[in-house]
Design a protein around this ligand. Structure first.
Ligand code: SF4
Ligand code: SF4
Length: 438
């Protein structure tokens, strides 16, 4: 991959965002009414702690808060873009650029140190869960079988079991953890091992899973301020390595307690529906899980087990409604892979879109083509999302507000997000700062 390709690539220009005085901004832009409305919302709520704000915004549901149509079928893993990138000539040329060796450039963010950083991030994943990120199942850390203690630990009940497994999962690296019921509809059919050209179904599992432990692992915010530079890619690859460690340790812990279990990364099943079912977040316009705590700036892994655990309820906090008017990720996406439509639909545009679930379907072909040009994954749909901010100064307001009907406040908050300089993409200063900061 040559230098010219990188320099020629289409990256949306970084909006020229001035440092804005917030009080002056509110006065000048006529959104004072919106802010006053928010003030009224919080009148008498001086006690509005982070926990109170979360309680105000988050709603629990007895059923999955995603509409699934009657003609929904399990996803054939051979249709995923990673498998197609290995098997389909038209996609393989992009796959060679993405998976192949990279030639350093002089462009900040794509130099030898940036490439080395992203590669080092992958190293534990590559050594320990080879190709699971591309969907290869049943490898190394994510092997379906492993030694199970013949001494079975007796939990008091399902609640006790869930508490103990979740506590251990946090120790092993999970930022968030939830438990979903096992549902075969989210498992690939067939599951496909591209390295052996072999297919499986969940009947090939060595046991019938009853619970799925879903872990979301936070990726570092500062890395994603550089997206789509390879420092952002390193933020993701580092967590792919952590996923293998966390998935393996949680599965090993359960096996040591006398129950069968195995971990999975991107392989075996769709992670997002299990994560939504486990109450970890909602699916956003960008096709990613949007969590309350970190927005879409997480990676997911799951552990399937025969152990019966107390199941978590799905939770929403207004993401889908907010996405209808936000569209920041779609505007900033370098490949225009994210739709601008106001409403989600049941059908996508490529064979890599599995129809039958109401959502915004991103175009994985356009996205993956950009990854090839970019020499690594991109992350712009994470960095541009207002929910991704750790120091989201209006986080309390926005999360409480998104539980209210009406899009005018949502639009106001999106504008404020832009004006305050969040959601920048391709910021050379962020790249330089990343290497300077300890
Ligand atoms: S990762 Fe893909 S979908 Fe997301 S912004 Fe980049 S090109 Fe677009
Ligand atoms: S950037 Fe906006 S539209 Fe995109 S996922 Fe985040 S909240 Fe939704």
């Amino acid at each position: 991959m040559g230098k010219d390709n990188i320099q020629d690539q289409t990256i949306p220009e970084n909006p020229d965002i001035e440092k804005v005085d917030r009080r002056q901004f509110i006065k000048n832009t006529g959104i004072a009414g919106g802010v006053a409305g928010l003030g009224a919302l919080f009148a008498g709520r001086k006690d509005l702690s982070a926990e109170t704000a979360k309680k105000t915004a988050v709603k629990t549901h007895d059923r999955m808060p995603i509409e699934v149509s009657a003609d929904y079928k399990q996803m054939d893993q051979r249709k995923t873009v990673f498998t197609r990138a290995r098997l389909e000539p038209a996609m393989m040329k992009h796959g060679r650029k993405f998976f192949g060796p990279k030639t350093p450039t002089d462009k900040p963010g794509w130099t030898q140190i940036d490439i080395a950083l992203a590669d080092a991030g992958w190293s534990v994943h590559n050594a320990f869960s080879s190709k699971s990120a591309a969907g290869v199942p049943n490898t190394d850390a994510y092997a379906w079988e492993g030694p199970v203690n013949s001494l079975k630990y007796k939990f008091k009940d399902k609640k006790d079991a869930a508490q103990i497994i979740k506590r251990a999962a946090k120790l092993f690296g999970a930022s968030l953890v939830g438990v979903a019921p096992y549902e075969s509809r989210w498992v690939y059919d067939p599951i496909f091992d591209m390295t052996k050209n072999k297919t499986y179904t969940d009947k090939d599992f060595p046991f019938k899973p009853k619970s799925v432990i879903v872990m979301a692992i936070e990726m570092e915010y500062s890395n994603f301020t550089t997206a789509p530079a390879l420092i952002a890619s390193a933020g993701a690859s580092t967590i792919y390595s952590q996923m293998a460690v966390s998935g393996y340790q949680v599965a090993t812990f359960i096996r040591q307690l006398g129950y069968k279990a195995f971990g999975a990364g991107n392989d075996v099943a769709l992670s997002i529906p299990f994560a939504v079912s486990a109450g970890l977040g909602e699916m956003g316009r960008n096709g990613l899980l949007v969590t309350y705590e970190y927005g879409p700036r997480v990676r997911l892994c799951k552990v399937f087990t025969e152990l019966e655990l107390e199941i978590d309820k799905p939770k929403t906090f207004g993401v889908v409604d907010f996405c209808k008017s936000c569209k920041r990720c779609a505007e900033q996406c370098p490949s225009k892979a994210i739709p601008m439509d106001d409403e989600p639909t049941f059908e996508g545009k490529t064979i890599s879109n599995n129809k039958g679930v109401k959502k915004w379907f991103i175009d994985p072909e356009k996205c993956f083509k950009f990854w090839g040009e970019n020499l690594g994954d991109c992350g712009t749909c994470i960095s541009s999302c207002p929910y991704n901010k750790p120091d989201f100064w209006h986080h309390k307001m926005i999360t409480a507000m998104t539980s209210l009907p009406g899009s005018s406040l949502h639009a106001t908050m999106t504008q404020m997000d832009k004006m305050f300089g969040y959601g920048n993409t391709y910021d050379e200063k962020a790249i330089k700062n990343w290497w300077k900061n300890d």
